[in-house]
Design a protein around this ligand. Structure first.
Ligand SMILES: [Zn+2]
Ligand SMILES: [Zn+2]
Length: 326
């Protein structure tokens, strides 16, 4: 009898975990202001034991918060190690960083904790890697921890340029990735499309709407992900909404509001069909907090999105230390 119960449990847990492909941990949820909670996520395939970082605005304070919330449940901590749990996750379990663009709120954690990090790759499109090389790891702003660039190269970080639209393997994980350029004011940002055995996750860095940016780059990514949405292979989209609807368009500086995200969803609906957007998981990232009294931007964005959700999209608003599984 006991054996039958165990076998049944195994079958059930297999069935329930079968559809799950990705684990996402929020190390930093905000698009600015609070230096301990800036854009940064950990991503791992469901069968993997290693994470990669999606942007790196805040690393160690986010790892600490996740440990406090007991959300590193899939990690086995070794007993005999000289490292703290924070140190172990940071050094040994993050196997590289995907930087969407080199703005400070996406890289400051990586820079400031680099003195305690170990050897790993930094992935990005060519412009991101060039900006990191020229303006950050150059011995002026910070020592050159890279394997290229000016002056003596400490070589801790290996720069890996993602060729747009070409899928490549992510080292020490089961993931593959493809990068797409995005328009972010006068700056190039990027989207990373991760593939875990034909299940996908799209991580969008900072991005403005195509209409405001006078661009078609968001639309181009929609054309790419549309067949994956139709085939129910796209498990989640991580997309920024930095400001509430009341923000004037000329003050957006390459960011989205709920109304502008809806405008983009109308475009996506054209490619996938309205019915296929129902239940699509969209994780809202990069909310910019306000320091004004009674101005809860997060609450406002949530309300504005939920009140205008004509496609019945499944929105998530993760906070620091939270774990999501898709
Ligand atoms: Zn940003
Ligand atoms: Zn930015």
């Amino acid at each position: 009898m006991k054996k039958i119960i165990i076998v049944c449990c195994m079958i059930f847990s297999y069935i329930f975990s079968y559809g799950e492909s990705f684990e996402i941990i929020t190390l930093g949820s905000d698009g600015g202001v609070n230096d301990g909670n800036l854009s940064s996520y950990l991503l791992k395939g469901n069968k993997d034991t290693n994470y990669v970082g999606l942007d790196a605005g805040t690393l160690l304070p986010g790892i600490k918060k996740t440990l406090e919330k007991n959300n590193f449940t899939s990690i086995k901590f070794p007993e005999n190690t000289e490292w703290t749990k924070e140190g172990y996750i940071f050094r040994e379990k993050i196997k590289g960083y995907f930087i969407s663009h080199a703005h400070l709120d996406h890289i400051s954690g990586l820079v400031i904790s680099s003195t305690e990090d170990n050897k790993k790759p930094i992935y990005g499109v060519e412009s991101t890697i060039k900006n990191l090389k020229d303006t950050v790891f150059n011995w002026k702003l910070w020592p050159n921890f890279g394997n290229e660039g000016s002056g003596f190269k400490l070589g801790q970080y290996e720069y890996l340029i993602l060729d747009p639209l070409k899928e490549m393997n992510v080292k020490e994980t089961s993931l593959k990735v493809k990068a797409f350029p995005l328009s972010h004011s006068n700056h190039e940002s990027s989207m990373f499309l991760f593939n875990n055995h034909e299940n996908y996750l799209a991580y969008y860095g900072d991005v403005g709407s195509d209409r405001v940016e006078k661009s078609n780059l968001l639309e181009k990514t929609f054309i790419e992900i549309a067949p994956l949405i139709k085939a129910k292979k796209l498990k989640a989209i991580m997309m920024e909404v930095s400001y509430g609807n009341e923000r004037e368009e000329k003050e957006l500086f390459g960011h989205l509001t709920p109304d502008l995200l809806n405008e983009e969803m109308d475009k996506l609906a054209k490619y996938v069909g309205k019915e296929n957007l129902k239940g699509l998981n969209i994780i809202i990232i990069h909310i910019k907090p306000s320091l004004k009294n009674n101005d809860n931007v997060r609450g406002k964005i949530k309300e504005q999105l939920e009140n205008s959700n004509k496609y019945n999209i499944n929105y998530f608003y993760p906070v620091q230390g939270e774990k999501l599984i898709f």
